[in-house]
Design a protein around this ligand. Structure first.
Ligand SMILES: [Zn+2]
Length: 238
């Protein structure tokens, strides 16, 4: 898929999702892109009839799932997305799938990467995820491109319960005006970006044409938890 079409598709598919889920998934996509991957949301919301067809074809284990949830008015409100490797959409690469699960879990989401695996096969996958070892020779589970919310059952979600989603990108937060730069602050060698609501380090890096790793070199204070930035914080740029 051409890059512009991929980006447009992702933005369009995110509109089919529960808004806070869309926000946090956008952050996951940004982080994947900052690592050089090209994630494509293949499916977000789908109808119960489509779900039933997939169930009959053995592509899903449930007749109603997180792809099928709707809001009180019946509008699309998916709590899951299938995110393919656009560089190899028919057979997403293992390194891509491991990176997707790492990014998803870092933002409180879950994937189907260990679903249906025996414990002996799941353990090396968990070890690769914990070690961020994208090159591990592992056997993956039933549905590694599937990304879903945590903290709510499908039955509860069907009845309108929604999970609390926290973290960067989790929906619009009120933006406080950035605090003034203290008079005695050391002068930065390059530019400074003041964080606003919805920013991620991955996106800031991309917008400025540098890698996330380079950004973290310039801002070592974020290394401990690159996913936690707050409006008003300063990010140094080259
Ligand atoms: Zn799915």
């Amino acid at each position: 898929m051409k890059e512009a079409a991929r980006l447009e598709r992702n933005t369009e598919r995110l509109t089919e999702c529960f808004s806070p889920f869309a926000g946090v998934l956008r952050t996951v996509l940004d982080e994947m892109e900052s690592q050089g991957f090209r994630p494509r949301i293949q499916h977000a919301w789908r109808s119960e009839a489509e779900q039933l067809d997939l169930f009959k074809a053995g592509k899903t284990h449930v007749k109603f799932g997180f792809h099928n949830t709707v809001n009180a008015g019946g509008g699309k409100e998916s709590l899951a997305c299938d995110v393919l490797d656009d560089d190899q959409p028919l057979n997403s690469r293992t390194n891509y799938l491991l990176a997707l699960s790492i990014a998803a879990r870092a933002h409180g989401l879950e994937t189907g990467i260990v679903w249906d695996l025996k414990a002996a096969d799941a353990a090396p996958v968990e070890a690769a995820l914990a070690a961020h070892n994208l090159g591990a020779p592992v056997r993956l589970g039933f549905d590694p491109t599937h990304v879903e919310v945590k903290g709510v059952s499908i039955a509860a979600a069907r009845n309108g319960t929604r999970p609390t989603i926290t973290g960067v990108g989790a929906g619009p937060a009120p933006v406080a005006s950035p605090p003034p730069v203290p008079a005695g602050a050391p002068p930065a060698s390059g530019h400074v970006h003041v964080v606003t609501s919805g920013d991620t380090l991955g996106r800031i890096a991309k917008d400025n044409g540098i890698t996330l790793a380079r950004l973290l070199e310039l801002n070592p204070e974020f290394k401990a938890n690159p996913n936690l930035i707050k409006p008003g914080q300063q990010v140094h740029l080259p």
